[in-house]
Design a protein around this ligand. Sequence first.
Ligand code: MG
Length: 391
Amino acid sequence: MTIRAAVIIPAAGFGTRMNLDRPKQFLLLAGIPVLVRAIRPFLAESRVRRIVVAAPAERLAETRALLDGCGLDESRVQVVAGGRRRQDSVRAGLDALGEDIDVVLVHDGARPLVSAELIGRCLQAAIDHGAAIAAVPVKDTLKRGDEQSQVSATIDRRHLWQAQTPQAARRELLEKAYAVNGDRDVTDESSLLEQAGIPVTLVAGAEENLKITRVEDLDVAQRLLTGGGAAALRIGHGYDAHRFTENRPLILGGVEIPHSHGLAGHSDADVLTHALCDALLGALGRGDIGRHFPDSDGRYAGISSLVLLRRVMEMVVEDGFVVGNADITVVCQRPRLTPHVPAMGEALAAACRVDSAVINIKATTTEGMGFTGRMEGIACHAVVLLQQQRD
Ligand code: MG
């Protein structure tokens, strides 16, 4: 029998515990939004026919744009309005499914490190037994505390498990559980199944399948992704120089800077962004910017160098790397660049999909010496460190 499974991702919860201006699943983890990382492994499971994301009602367009930007278009991932409670979001997801779906997997939008193997195990257990959840045995000794933070009891941890997601069930069982108990407040789908008397099988989860609930969890997740070791580091250096010319805007780090002269070049001649691109390509061992975007190619005439940087970043992600940090030194006698450094940092960080703290920009003069000192042009040096991701 051909199994047709669907995945519902409840992602309507707001990051109130993290004190954020946006939901935690929209945050970037090693350059890719947490939500996108939580979805991608399901695309590798051939039995999954449909993925429905239940997003905050006021952020539907933003969620759609975020997924589209990462190649998860509507043919693969549908976005619907979620509800106030997690179970309301899952209900909204269930309502959006076609009748051909036999098995439903529910997965937290804030669990970005789920593996394809774990997904396969949960799905198979639901097919075999009706309902299944990923869970890990409790390792620490459990204490019950009273209101004065005094230990009132030690709880026997044998047979205790921490529930994770995916949680999977044959569709008719999950529908039944919602029909019977859908109004009760619960924290996972398994609770509804249990209350409806439906047996739920425990499947060995994974410690690294963590849920991002605090800002520190992002650091832990990033370390797990990159392996944390020095063996997976790559360094790159870039250098570029462009000549001043009249009648062109001066663009540096994607920012237009008021000045009497701009820089000559085939693209927008953004010498800073070029140096950064070359450093990234160098770290990847992929040559230089001239090889990928030759100035003999008319498509690159006048192009914003941020577009080139975004393409280089696609190569970084494709090769399995994350930007650890970048340090950039612009050598320029005039104009004074310091006031523009924050804006340049923001523009480059956005193009690289990293936190702006990861990109450091410095400006220096050469005290009148050399071609930059004579104000013939601007030069720029960049170094980057890339960290390899797992997989
Ligand atoms: Mg150049």
